[in-house]
Design a protein around this ligand. Structure first.
Ligand code: PAF
Length: 291
């Protein structure tokens, strides 16, 4: 927020789309650039890296906090998803965020709403296959947040790599002018990618969890050495199960831009190794470039 002299005032909170629009348009009228960081809260250092990137690059930063019911399946963790608005507010304030948009579900989804955004193809594979409806929920809420905020740039973590590609695609396809910026994954010292869901891991599971990153590194090395994807997938499944993972949804090598089968568009294109695996009842995802 800004005082009469145009200097920053600290974190303010708004809960309606009208108030969000009013603040952002007053900043734009003053010639200030605006960054947007959508979150579902339970903020950790990975989210704060997104805030930091926005604070460094833009004049004003808006964070959003909304646990979006449309992106949770019927047997997923909507009810137990970690929530800590007071703690999140403190972290956002210390990180230099100017505005928090924390709407209710009724504010986000008017009674009788019936419009959704669906990114066909890209949203149906990998995560889309194992979490049916997930990307429709993400694409719908992110399209709304982008339209509501009208920010210049929005920041999303590469931890959810497929989500980042889905969001880039929907912004392009729907002519939403906000620039979509990807931010590198933040990892614990042992390599585990930070995630709000890591809070679900028992001590023993937390000890096993870094094997996901180690296996991705091994798979990337094999891909770089020209090994075939089916062989890499088989090796990686065994590694993860031997390490103590309960099940593996996928660990595969894909074209980094389209997530199509690696090599289908030519082997000179960048590739990405992506994985999702369960440790007890917690599902972890991670990815790295395959170079
Ligand atoms: O990555 C997330 O936290 C969510 O999927 C997002 C982008 C905030 C949409 O609800």
């Amino acid at each position: 927020m800004t005082d009469d002299q145009g200097s920053k005032k600290g974190l303010e909170i708004v809960r309606t789309v009208a108030d969000l629009r009013q603040v952002v348009s007053s900043w734009h009228k003053d010639g200030l650039s605006v960054g947007l960081v959508p979150t579902m809260g339970a903020l950790h250092a990975g989210h704060l890296a997104l805030i930091e990137q926005s604070v460094n690059a833009m004049d004003r930063t808006v964070a959003t906090l909304f646990v979006n019911p449309k992106q949770f399946g019927p047997n997923e963790d909507l009810d137990t998803y970690p929530r800590d608005e007071d703690g999140d507010r403190d972290k956002l304030s210390v990180a230099g965020t100017d505005l928090l948009f924390a709407p209710s579900a009724d504010e986000m989804y008017a009674r009788g709403n019936s419009t959704g955004v669906s990114v066909a193809g890209l949203g149906d594979i990998l995560e889309g296959e194992f979490r049916p409806g997930f990307f429709d929920g993400v694409a719908t809420v992110v399209a709304k947040l982008l339209i509501q905020a009208g920010a210049d740039t929005a920041y999303f973590g590469e931890k959810d790599y497929q989500q980042l590609l889905v969001i880039r695609r929907l912004a392009r396809d729907l002519d939403i002018p906000t620039v979509i910026e990807g931010v590198a994954i933040v990892r614990a010292d042992d390599g585990l990618a930070l995630s709000s869901r890591n809070a679900y891991l028992s001590d023993e599971e937390r000890r096993i969890a870094p094997a996901l990153h180690q296996t991705l590194l091994g798979a990337a090395e094999k891909a770089g050495a020209g090994e075939d994807v089916a062989g890499i997938e088989a090796w990686a499944h065994t590694q993860l199960l031997d390490a103590g993972f309960t099940s593996v949804d996928y660990l595969t090598v894909r074209d980094a831009e389209t997530l199509e089968a690696y090599g289908a568009l030519g082997k000179d294109r960048p590739a990405r190794v992506l994985a999702a695996a369960k440790l007890g009842s917690t599902r972890l995802i991670d990815n790295i470039p395959a170079e």
